[in-house]
Design a protein around this ligand. Sequence first.
Ligand code: NAP
Length: 351
Amino acid sequence: MSTSPSGPVVVYGAYGHTGRFVVDELLRRGLTPVLSGRDASRLAAMAEDRPGLEVRPARVDDPGALRAAVTGAAAVVNVAGPFLDTGVAVSGAAVAAGAHYLDVTAEQPAVEAVYAARPDDAEQAGVAVIPAMAFYGGLADLLATALLAGTSEPASLSVAIGLDAWWPTAGTRLTGARNTAPRRTIVDGTLAPVPHTAPRTSWDFGTLGDQPVAALPFSEPLLLARHLPVARLDSYLSASALSDIRDPSTPPPPATDERGRSPQQFVVEVVAQVGDREERMSVGGRDIYAATAPLAVEAVVRLLDGRAAGTGVVAPGEVFDAEDFLRALSPDTLTVRRRITGPGPRETTPA
Ligand SMILES: NC(=O)c1ccc[n+]([C@@H]2O[C@H](COP(=O)([O-])OP(=O)(O)OC[C@H]3O[C@@H](n4cnc5c(N)ncnc54)[C@H](OP(=O)(O)O)[C@@H]3O)[C@@H](O)[C@H]2O)c1
Protein backbone atom coordinates (compact mmCIF):
# COMPACT_ATOMS: atom_id res chain seq x y z
CA MET A 1 0.00 0.00 0.00
CA SER A 2 1.29 3.45 -0.93
CA THR A 3 1.42 6.34 1.51
CA SER A 4 -1.33 8.75 0.63
CA PRO A 5 -1.73 12.40 1.54
CA SER A 6 -4.04 13.19 4.43
CA GLY A 7 -6.26 16.22 4.95
CA PRO A 8 -9.56 17.55 3.67
CA VAL A 9 -10.92 17.23 0.14
CA VAL A 10 -11.16 20.53 -1.70
CA VAL A 11 -14.12 20.74 -4.08
CA TYR A 12 -13.44 23.38 -6.73
CA GLY A 13 -16.72 24.61 -8.21
CA ALA A 14 -18.51 23.48 -5.03
CA TYR A 15 -21.65 25.59 -5.49
CA GLY A 16 -22.41 24.23 -8.98
CA HIS A 17 -25.09 21.60 -9.56
CA THR A 18 -22.63 18.68 -9.62
CA GLY A 19 -20.46 20.28 -6.94
CA ARG A 20 -23.31 20.17 -4.44
CA PHE A 21 -23.80 16.45 -5.05
CA VAL A 22 -20.05 15.89 -4.58
CA VAL A 23 -19.91 17.89 -1.33
CA ASP A 24 -22.90 16.01 0.11
CA GLU A 25 -21.47 12.64 -0.95
CA LEU A 26 -18.12 13.46 0.71
CA LEU A 27 -19.99 14.28 3.92
CA ARG A 28 -22.01 11.07 3.62
CA ARG A 29 -18.76 9.10 3.31
CA GLY A 30 -17.26 10.76 6.40
CA LEU A 31 -14.75 12.96 4.57
CA THR A 32 -14.21 16.68 5.15
CA PRO A 33 -14.96 18.85 2.12
CA VAL A 34 -13.57 22.37 1.73
CA LEU A 35 -15.73 24.59 -0.46
CA SER A 36 -13.82 26.37 -3.20
CA GLY A 37 -14.64 28.20 -6.43
CA ARG A 38 -14.50 31.68 -7.85
CA ASP A 39 -17.55 33.31 -6.25
CA ALA A 40 -16.98 34.05 -2.54
CA SER A 41 -20.60 34.99 -1.86
CA ARG A 42 -22.01 31.79 -3.37
CA LEU A 43 -19.51 29.76 -1.37
CA ALA A 44 -20.53 31.57 1.82
CA ALA A 45 -24.22 30.97 1.06
CA MET A 46 -23.56 27.28 0.56
CA ALA A 47 -21.63 27.04 3.83
CA GLU A 48 -24.64 28.44 5.70
CA ASP A 49 -26.54 25.24 4.83
CA ARG A 50 -23.58 23.06 5.78
CA PRO A 51 -22.23 24.57 9.02
CA GLY A 52 -18.60 23.98 9.88
CA LEU A 53 -17.32 23.68 6.35
CA GLU A 54 -14.35 25.86 5.42
CA VAL A 55 -14.67 28.23 2.46
CA ARG A 56 -11.68 29.11 0.27
CA PRO A 57 -12.51 31.34 -2.71
CA ALA A 58 -10.03 31.44 -5.62
CA ARG A 59 -10.06 32.27 -9.30
CA VAL A 60 -8.19 30.02 -11.71
CA ASP A 61 -6.21 33.01 -13.00
CA ASP A 62 -4.98 33.86 -9.48
CA PRO A 63 -2.22 31.33 -8.74
CA GLY A 64 -1.63 32.61 -5.19
CA ALA A 65 -5.29 32.24 -4.21
CA LEU A 66 -5.51 28.85 -5.91
CA ARG A 67 -2.41 27.68 -4.04
CA ALA A 68 -3.94 28.83 -0.75
CA ALA A 69 -7.22 27.11 -1.62
CA VAL A 70 -5.62 23.67 -1.98
CA THR A 71 -2.98 23.90 0.76
CA GLY A 72 -3.08 20.87 3.05
CA ALA A 73 -5.63 19.01 0.91
CA ALA A 74 -5.44 15.26 0.47
CA ALA A 75 -7.36 15.48 -2.80
CA VAL A 76 -8.93 18.10 -5.03
CA VAL A 77 -12.12 17.35 -6.95
CA ASN A 78 -12.62 19.85 -9.76
CA VAL A 79 -16.27 20.19 -10.77
CA ALA A 80 -15.92 23.62 -12.40
CA GLY A 81 -16.51 23.29 -16.12
CA PRO A 82 -15.83 24.06 -18.94
CA PHE A 83 -12.70 22.17 -17.89
CA LEU A 84 -10.78 23.65 -20.79
CA ASP A 85 -10.83 26.79 -18.61
CA THR A 86 -10.00 25.17 -15.25
CA GLY A 87 -8.36 21.72 -15.63
CA VAL A 88 -4.72 22.65 -16.14
CA ALA A 89 -4.68 25.40 -13.50
CA VAL A 90 -6.52 23.44 -10.78
CA SER A 91 -4.59 20.21 -11.44
CA GLY A 92 -1.31 22.16 -11.31
CA ALA A 93 -2.19 23.69 -7.95
CA ALA A 94 -3.34 20.32 -6.56
CA VAL A 95 -0.19 18.48 -7.59
CA ALA A 96 2.08 21.28 -6.33
CA ALA A 97 0.33 20.93 -2.95
CA GLY A 98 0.87 17.15 -2.94
CA ALA A 99 -2.84 16.39 -3.40
CA HIS A 100 -4.53 13.91 -5.72
CA TYR A 101 -6.52 15.56 -8.52
CA LEU A 102 -9.79 14.38 -10.05
CA ASP A 103 -12.19 16.11 -12.37
CA VAL A 104 -15.48 15.24 -14.07
CA THR A 105 -14.82 16.43 -17.58
CA ALA A 106 -16.65 14.98 -20.57
CA GLU A 107 -14.52 17.10 -22.93
CA GLN A 108 -11.78 15.31 -24.87
CA PRO A 109 -9.46 18.35 -25.23
CA ALA A 110 -9.66 19.01 -21.48
CA VAL A 111 -8.55 15.44 -20.70
CA GLU A 112 -5.76 15.76 -23.22
CA ALA A 113 -4.58 19.09 -21.80
CA VAL A 114 -4.35 17.68 -18.25
CA TYR A 115 -2.65 14.49 -19.47
CA ALA A 116 -0.09 16.63 -21.32
CA ALA A 117 0.49 19.06 -18.45
CA ARG A 118 0.89 16.74 -15.48
CA PRO A 119 2.76 13.48 -16.22
CA ASP A 120 6.07 14.42 -14.60
CA ASP A 121 5.07 16.55 -11.64
CA ALA A 122 2.26 14.18 -10.59
CA GLU A 123 4.62 11.22 -10.68
CA GLN A 124 7.26 13.13 -8.71
CA ALA A 125 4.69 14.24 -6.13
CA GLY A 126 3.44 10.64 -5.79
CA VAL A 127 -0.17 11.61 -6.43
CA ALA A 128 -2.75 10.53 -9.00
CA VAL A 129 -4.27 12.83 -11.60
CA ILE A 130 -7.55 11.41 -12.91
CA PRO A 131 -9.57 13.47 -15.39
CA ALA A 132 -13.13 12.36 -16.27
CA MET A 133 -13.88 10.45 -13.04
CA ALA A 134 -17.56 10.79 -13.88
CA PHE A 135 -20.63 9.45 -15.64
CA TYR A 136 -19.32 10.41 -19.10
CA GLY A 137 -15.81 9.07 -19.51
CA GLY A 138 -14.88 7.24 -16.32
CA LEU A 139 -17.89 4.95 -16.06
CA ALA A 140 -17.38 3.51 -19.58
CA ASP A 141 -13.67 3.13 -18.82
CA LEU A 142 -14.42 1.12 -15.66
CA LEU A 143 -16.96 -1.07 -17.49
CA ALA A 144 -14.57 -1.76 -20.38
CA THR A 145 -11.72 -2.51 -17.95
CA ALA A 146 -13.88 -5.01 -16.07
CA LEU A 147 -14.89 -6.69 -19.34
CA LEU A 148 -11.35 -6.90 -20.71
CA ALA A 149 -9.66 -8.00 -17.46
CA GLY A 150 -6.99 -10.55 -18.24
CA THR A 151 -7.05 -10.18 -22.02
CA SER A 152 -4.26 -8.68 -24.11
CA GLU A 153 -5.98 -9.49 -27.42
CA PRO A 154 -7.26 -6.48 -29.38
CA ALA A 155 -10.93 -5.83 -28.70
CA SER A 156 -13.70 -4.02 -30.56
CA LEU A 157 -15.74 -2.01 -28.08
CA SER A 158 -19.13 -0.37 -28.25
CA VAL A 159 -20.24 2.07 -25.57
CA ALA A 160 -23.96 2.87 -25.66
CA ILE A 161 -25.49 5.47 -23.36
CA GLY A 162 -29.26 5.42 -23.07
CA LEU A 163 -31.14 8.27 -21.40
CA ASP A 164 -34.89 8.72 -21.14
CA ALA A 165 -34.32 12.51 -21.13
CA TRP A 166 -31.46 14.96 -20.67
CA TRP A 167 -32.14 18.14 -18.71
CA PRO A 168 -28.83 20.00 -19.13
CA THR A 169 -27.35 22.30 -16.48
CA ALA A 170 -25.97 25.75 -17.37
CA GLY A 171 -22.47 24.25 -17.08
CA THR A 172 -23.32 21.52 -19.59
CA ARG A 173 -24.65 24.08 -22.07
CA LEU A 174 -21.61 26.33 -21.64
CA THR A 175 -19.25 23.39 -21.97
CA GLY A 176 -20.97 22.19 -25.14
CA ALA A 177 -20.63 25.66 -26.68
CA ARG A 178 -16.96 25.92 -25.61
CA ASN A 179 -16.01 22.43 -26.81
CA THR A 180 -15.82 22.80 -30.59
CA ALA A 181 -12.88 20.47 -31.31
CA PRO A 182 -13.69 17.54 -33.62
CA ARG A 183 -14.49 14.46 -31.55
CA ARG A 184 -12.23 11.45 -31.77
CA THR A 185 -12.74 7.75 -31.32
CA ILE A 186 -10.46 4.71 -31.72
CA VAL A 187 -9.90 3.30 -35.22
CA ASP A 188 -7.26 0.64 -35.96
CA GLY A 189 -5.90 1.00 -32.43
CA THR A 190 -5.34 4.77 -32.55
CA LEU A 191 -7.33 7.92 -31.87
CA ALA A 192 -8.98 9.21 -35.06
CA PRO A 193 -11.77 11.71 -35.87
CA VAL A 194 -15.36 10.41 -35.96
CA PRO A 195 -16.96 10.79 -39.39
CA HIS A 196 -18.65 14.17 -39.99
CA THR A 197 -22.05 12.58 -40.47
CA ALA A 198 -22.56 10.76 -37.20
CA PRO A 199 -23.78 7.25 -38.02
CA ARG A 200 -27.19 6.42 -36.53
CA THR A 201 -28.47 3.04 -35.47
CA SER A 202 -30.71 1.71 -32.69
CA TRP A 203 -29.87 0.07 -29.38
CA ASP A 204 -31.88 -2.14 -27.08
CA PHE A 205 -31.40 -0.56 -23.65
CA GLY A 206 -33.51 -3.14 -21.82
CA THR A 207 -35.39 -1.20 -19.15
CA LEU A 208 -35.24 1.94 -21.34
CA GLY A 209 -36.41 0.08 -24.46
CA ASP A 210 -35.14 0.16 -28.02
CA GLN A 211 -33.89 3.64 -28.89
CA PRO A 212 -32.43 5.38 -31.95
CA VAL A 213 -28.83 6.34 -31.10
CA ALA A 214 -26.23 8.60 -32.72
CA ALA A 215 -22.47 8.08 -32.70
CA LEU A 216 -21.10 10.49 -30.11
CA PRO A 217 -17.95 9.84 -28.09
CA PHE A 218 -17.35 11.84 -24.92
CA SER A 219 -14.07 11.63 -22.98
CA GLU A 220 -13.92 7.80 -22.89
CA PRO A 221 -11.77 7.25 -26.04
CA LEU A 222 -8.85 9.10 -24.45
CA LEU A 223 -9.12 7.10 -21.23
CA LEU A 224 -9.48 3.73 -22.97
CA ALA A 225 -6.64 4.42 -25.42
CA ARG A 226 -4.26 4.91 -22.48
CA HIS A 227 -4.40 1.44 -21.08
CA LEU A 228 -6.60 -1.10 -22.89
CA PRO A 229 -6.00 -3.07 -26.11
CA VAL A 230 -8.86 -1.42 -28.01
CA ALA A 231 -8.71 -1.85 -31.79
CA ARG A 232 -12.00 -0.07 -32.47
CA LEU A 233 -14.46 1.97 -30.44
CA ASP A 234 -18.01 2.97 -31.34
CA SER A 235 -19.75 5.25 -28.86
CA TYR A 236 -23.46 6.02 -29.02
CA LEU A 237 -25.92 8.28 -27.22
CA SER A 238 -29.75 8.22 -27.36
CA ALA A 239 -30.76 10.49 -30.25
CA SER A 240 -33.61 11.91 -28.16
CA ALA A 241 -31.15 13.01 -25.43
CA LEU A 242 -29.09 14.78 -28.06
CA SER A 243 -32.23 16.59 -29.23
CA ASP A 244 -32.99 17.56 -25.62
CA ILE A 245 -29.65 19.31 -25.11
CA ARG A 246 -29.76 20.94 -28.54
CA ASP A 247 -33.15 22.45 -27.72
CA PRO A 248 -32.58 25.79 -25.94
CA SER A 249 -35.98 25.50 -24.23
CA THR A 250 -35.13 22.25 -22.38
CA PRO A 251 -35.10 23.20 -18.66
CA PRO A 252 -32.33 22.31 -16.16
CA PRO A 253 -32.69 19.09 -14.13
CA PRO A 254 -35.65 19.21 -11.70
CA ALA A 255 -35.01 17.97 -8.15
CA THR A 256 -37.65 15.37 -7.36
CA ASP A 257 -36.27 13.45 -4.38
CA GLU A 258 -34.79 14.26 -0.98
CA ARG A 259 -31.25 13.99 -2.43
CA GLY A 260 -32.02 16.56 -5.13
CA ARG A 261 -31.97 14.02 -7.97
CA SER A 262 -34.01 14.41 -11.13
CA PRO A 263 -36.13 11.44 -12.27
CA GLN A 264 -33.82 10.91 -15.29
CA GLN A 265 -33.01 7.21 -15.87
CA PHE A 266 -29.85 6.00 -17.57
CA VAL A 267 -28.38 2.77 -18.91
CA VAL A 268 -24.74 2.49 -19.98
CA GLU A 269 -23.82 -0.67 -21.83
CA VAL A 270 -20.36 -1.68 -22.99
CA VAL A 271 -19.97 -4.56 -25.44
CA ALA A 272 -16.54 -6.12 -26.00
CA GLN A 273 -15.83 -8.37 -28.96
CA VAL A 274 -12.61 -10.34 -28.58
CA GLY A 275 -12.19 -12.87 -31.38
CA ASP A 276 -15.54 -14.64 -31.68
CA ARG A 277 -16.46 -14.07 -28.06
CA GLU A 278 -18.74 -11.25 -27.03
CA GLU A 279 -19.21 -9.97 -23.50
CA ARG A 280 -21.43 -7.16 -22.37
CA MET A 281 -21.84 -5.32 -19.13
CA SER A 282 -24.40 -2.67 -18.36
CA VAL A 283 -25.28 -0.40 -15.50
CA GLY A 284 -28.51 1.42 -14.85
CA GLY A 285 -29.27 4.27 -12.49
CA ARG A 286 -30.83 7.63 -11.87
CA ASP A 287 -29.60 11.16 -12.77
CA ILE A 288 -26.25 11.43 -14.53
CA TYR A 289 -25.18 14.50 -12.49
CA ALA A 290 -26.06 12.93 -9.14
CA ALA A 291 -24.45 9.59 -10.10
CA THR A 292 -21.20 11.40 -10.91
CA ALA A 293 -20.76 12.24 -7.22
CA PRO A 294 -20.46 8.65 -5.88
CA LEU A 295 -18.15 7.80 -8.81
CA ALA A 296 -15.79 10.67 -7.98
CA VAL A 297 -16.01 10.18 -4.21
CA GLU A 298 -15.48 6.40 -4.40
CA ALA A 299 -12.30 7.23 -6.33
CA VAL A 300 -11.21 9.69 -3.61
CA VAL A 301 -11.87 7.11 -0.88
CA ARG A 302 -9.78 4.50 -2.72
CA LEU A 303 -6.94 6.93 -3.39
CA LEU A 304 -6.82 7.86 0.29
CA ASP A 305 -7.07 4.33 1.71
CA GLY A 306 -4.39 2.95 -0.61
CA ARG A 307 -6.61 0.99 -3.04
CA ALA A 308 -5.07 2.67 -6.09
CA ALA A 309 -2.51 0.97 -8.28
CA GLY A 310 -0.39 3.89 -9.33
CA THR A 311 0.40 7.57 -9.43
CA GLY A 312 0.86 10.13 -12.20
CA VAL A 313 -1.77 10.76 -14.86
CA VAL A 314 -4.04 7.72 -15.00
CA ALA A 315 -7.43 6.59 -16.27
CA PRO A 316 -9.92 5.23 -13.70
CA GLY A 317 -9.68 1.63 -14.94
CA GLU A 318 -5.89 1.87 -14.99
CA VAL A 319 -5.61 2.67 -11.31
CA PHE A 320 -8.63 1.01 -9.64
CA ASP A 321 -9.91 -2.57 -9.51
CA ALA A 322 -12.76 -1.85 -11.93
CA GLU A 323 -15.05 -4.73 -11.03
CA ASP A 324 -14.67 -4.12 -7.30
CA PHE A 325 -15.22 -0.37 -7.82
CA LEU A 326 -18.48 -0.95 -9.72
CA ARG A 327 -19.66 -3.50 -7.17
CA ALA A 328 -19.07 -0.96 -4.39
CA LEU A 329 -21.53 1.43 -6.07
CA SER A 330 -24.19 -1.25 -6.48
CA PRO A 331 -27.08 -1.16 -5.86
CA ASP A 332 -27.38 2.34 -4.35
CA THR A 333 -26.01 4.18 -7.41
CA LEU A 334 -25.78 1.50 -10.11
CA THR A 335 -27.45 -1.77 -10.93
CA VAL A 336 -24.82 -3.87 -12.69
CA ARG A 337 -25.41 -6.71 -15.19
CA ARG A 338 -22.87 -8.81 -17.04
CA ARG A 339 -23.47 -11.28 -19.90
CA ILE A 340 -21.26 -13.49 -22.02
CA THR A 341 -22.98 -14.03 -25.36
CA GLY A 342 -20.33 -15.54 -27.64
CA PRO A 343 -19.01 -19.12 -27.78
CA GLY A 344 -17.81 -20.39 -24.44
CA PRO A 345 -19.66 -20.79 -21.17
CA ARG A 346 -22.87 -18.76 -21.28
CA GLU A 347 -23.90 -17.15 -18.07
CA THR A 348 -25.66 -14.18 -16.59
CA THR A 349 -24.09 -12.95 -13.40
CA PRO A 350 -24.14 -9.87 -11.27
CA ALA A 351 -20.71 -8.20 -11.43
N1 NAP B 1 -18.49 13.79 -17.34
C1 NAP B 1 -19.70 13.83 -16.75
O1 NAP B 1 -20.42 12.83 -16.70
C2 NAP B 1 -20.15 15.09 -16.06
C3 NAP B 1 -21.10 15.00 -15.03
C4 NAP B 1 -21.50 16.18 -14.40
C5 NAP B 1 -20.98 17.40 -14.81
N2 NAP B 1 -20.08 17.44 -15.82
C6 NAP B 1 -19.47 18.70 -16.24
O2 NAP B 1 -19.11 19.42 -15.08
C7 NAP B 1 -19.21 20.81 -15.32
C8 NAP B 1 -20.08 21.45 -14.25
O3 NAP B 1 -21.39 20.98 -14.44
P1 NAP B 1 -22.56 21.43 -13.49
O4 NAP B 1 -23.69 20.60 -13.88
O5 NAP B 1 -22.15 21.40 -12.07
O6 NAP B 1 -22.78 22.94 -13.97
P2 NAP B 1 -23.19 24.24 -13.14
O7 NAP B 1 -24.22 23.94 -12.13
O8 NAP B 1 -23.47 25.28 -14.15
O9 NAP B 1 -21.85 24.60 -12.35
C9 NAP B 1 -20.70 25.01 -13.01
C10 NAP B 1 -19.66 25.37 -11.96
O10 NAP B 1 -18.40 25.63 -12.62
C11 NAP B 1 -17.93 26.93 -12.22
N3 NAP B 1 -17.09 27.50 -13.27
C12 NAP B 1 -17.32 27.51 -14.59
N4 NAP B 1 -16.31 28.13 -15.23
C13 NAP B 1 -15.42 28.51 -14.28
C14 NAP B 1 -14.17 29.17 -14.30
N5 NAP B 1 -13.61 29.59 -15.44
N6 NAP B 1 -13.54 29.38 -13.14
C15 NAP B 1 -14.08 28.97 -11.97
N7 NAP B 1 -15.26 28.33 -11.88
C16 NAP B 1 -15.92 28.11 -13.02
C17 NAP B 1 -19.20 27.70 -11.98
O11 NAP B 1 -18.96 28.87 -11.26
P3 NAP B 1 -19.76 30.24 -11.64
O12 NAP B 1 -21.20 29.97 -11.31
O13 NAP B 1 -19.13 31.26 -10.79
O14 NAP B 1 -19.58 30.45 -13.12
C18 NAP B 1 -20.02 26.66 -11.21
O15 NAP B 1 -19.56 26.52 -9.88
C19 NAP B 1 -19.74 20.95 -16.75
O16 NAP B 1 -18.64 21.09 -17.61
C20 NAP B 1 -20.42 19.61 -17.01
O17 NAP B 1 -20.44 19.27 -18.38
C21 NAP B 1 -19.65 16.31 -16.45
